[in-house]
Design a protein around this ligand. Sequence first.
Ligand SMILES: [Zn+2]
Length: 327
Amino acid sequence: MRKSVQPKLLSIRDEREVLSLRDLSARVGSDPLLVQASNGNTSIKLDGILWIKASGKWLAHATQEGMFLPLELAEVKESIQKNTEIVPRFAQKHGLRPSIETPMHAILRHRVVIHVHSINALAWAIRLDGPDQLRAHLTGLHWQWIPYATSGIPLAREIEKAVASAPETDVLMLGNHGLVVCGQDCQGAEKLLREVEQRLAMAIFLGSAMPLFPPAVVLSKFTERLCGTDRTPPFVAVERSGVMLNERMSSSERATLIGLVQVTQRTEESARLRYLNEVEVTDVVSKGAHGRKEVIVQMANSPADVKKLDEQRAPSAGHFFAGAGSC
Ligand SMILES: [Zn+2]
């Protein structure tokens, strides 16, 4: 039998739901404390079809351009089971590819799923004591902590395991990654997102803002230090001085860096952080093979101790936040 190339026509009610998702996505995507550049993704399940944000698209533009792909939910689940690539079977305009987090959206039973790299959530998600600290702040909510796992099928499997015995779970704190909230409709999911954000934000701002000093490195030293690097990096942290931005820095790199600054401003100097290991870092970087350049955020052993350029060239345990734009 020949496979259909178009999903079934949406009922008026479902069409309204997709419009609500677009509005919600634009609102969430326009808040730099929730989403930076093309990270974050939203979805809705309607009549066996999973409508999911396309990879690389900015949620902030959700009402201005088409970015939601229809996928057969049953087929996505089959791909997860068989560990095979999710291939959209419906004809796609502009070659849209489904978000790398599609498996996570598919395995969650709620109709609406919102995933964000919320700054407030990240300020907790990078801490070793994150799960313990959050217990008090998220009390009364159906939430779970998911230890860091590679985006895509590995993360979806971890979540599936965690929610198997607690299907009421509708808030997931993703270690070193971000936040997921779910709801039966857009309104419910957004309301829950706002509540979680409020609870996380009330609990932070413990430390003072990271001081920013004017750049204080002479040009000759600067170029000397760059020898051996493949290309001029998007930004350079100068020890005890500040951060210098490359004028050719992309808007994605800039948005991700701003997100990092926001996270560090919410992290006490004494907080013990959980860093991504080399394998995890390599894995996030390799996601660039999906066609877009990834932005990895790296910092030193304490947020105030900005890492030297040399160490940036050979990153090891310095990454604490998978801030890749791969969603
Ligand atoms: Zn993500």
